[in-house]
Design a binder for this molecule. Structure first.
Ligand code: ING
Length: 314
């Protein structure tokens, strides 16, 4: 029995600071309804899909900062997403800023959830790789304070859902090969990830012209090297003066991009994903049990003992 998921990669254009949760949820609902009309079972939204990318600012007022987080999920303004999912039979992945009370303390995470076609939460993921910096760095055109506003998550999981094995990641996670391998070793057949990526990277402006190349390079490699589908979904366009890349796409286990957005606004890229295509790679080229050698590279798990280039060692 073939296992297909009709997936909608639901790209968002900019979310400005003044846009309310209600404004944004209306856009997400439009995506859900359009995806349903196109026969999709799963909709993948971007990272921090309910607010503007607020880590671009150094916010000193705790109340101003906390307003960007969700204290409950679903909450009053997002419940309609879950109700609509259940009514239409269309589940979703949603990225958002989570404020959790754990052992009486407020903990803040860059989070995503996977919601089933019945509107129930299947799993939650908290971003592992937090890029940027923790202190105000005024030299930058804009800040990237994820290390200040979020705690790192504990790791990567996969869930049995949608007839297959689904994993989640967020944005900078996609640049690290370990992200895909850790989920690949757990049997991932489809990895969902949203991203908010500025074109300009202040520490390395020489990379700016390659931002879209790097975006696709890492996701296509991750898909192929682990025989898994990868769905990468952008929040793109000029958001509070900051140009963000688009590049939303659905990538097959072959590493090929099979669907992509061509704008930087609210747009669906849709593909009929055959989960059994994973088998062709997981049982041959990337048959981990037959070909992988963890005994040969298990010793090097950190930079300890790295050889520095001569000019750096001086
Ligand atoms: N954004 C960026 C990302 O990893 C970044 C940060 C941009 C890192 C450019 C390196 C180069 O796509 C988030 N939110 O992680």
């Amino acid at each position: 029995m073939p296992r297909f998921i009709n997936v909608a990669a639901a790209q968002l254009g900019p979310i400005q600071r003044a846009d309310s949760r209600r404004d944004v949820v209306e856009r997400l609902l439009a995506h859900l309804h359009q995806a349903h009309a196109m026969g999709c079972q799963l909709v993948v939204f971007p990272e921090l899909a309910l607010t503007t990318f607020f880590p671009r600012w150094y916010l000193e007022d705790p109340a101003e900062l906390d307003a960007f987080y969700e204290r409950e999920m679903p909450g009053a303004e997002t419940r309609v997403l879950f109700e609509t999912a259940a009514r239409l039979g269309v589940g979703f992945y949603l990225g958002y800023a989570e404020l959790a009370l754990e052992q009486g303390a407020a903990r803040r995470y860059n989070t995503s959830i996977l919601v089933g076609q019945d509107g129930a939460i299947i799993g939650k993921y908290r971003k592992v790789h937090l890029p940027g910096h923790a202190e105000h760095e005024p030299w930058r055109d804009f800040q990237h304070l994820e290390k200040r506003y979020f705690e790192p998550g504990p790791g990567f999981d996969v869930w049995r859902a949608y007839g297959g094995v689904i994993g989640m990641a967020l944005c900078n996670d996609r640049r690290w090969s370990e992200t895909y391998r850790v989920m690949g070793l757990q049997g991932a057949e489809m990895i969902l990830l949203g991203y908010n990526t500025p074109v300009h990277n202040p520490p390395a402006p020489e990379h700016d012209d390659l931002s879209m190349f790097h975006n696709h390079l890492v996701m296509q490699a991750g898909a192929y090297q682990n025989g898994t589908w990868v769905v990468g979904v952008a929040k793109g366009g000029k958001e509070e003066g900051c140009e963000m890349i688009g590049g939303t796409c659905i990538i097959a286990p072959s590493g090929e991009i099979v669907a992509a957005c061509s704008t930087k606004g609210d747009e669906l890229a849709i593909a009929r994903c055959d989960l059994d295509l994973c088998h062709s790679y997981k049982t041959t080229t990337f048959n981990f049990d037959r070909h992988r050698r963890p005994d040969a590279y298990g010793l090097i798990t950190s930079r300890r003992g790295a050889i520095e280039p001569e000019h750096l060692a001086a």
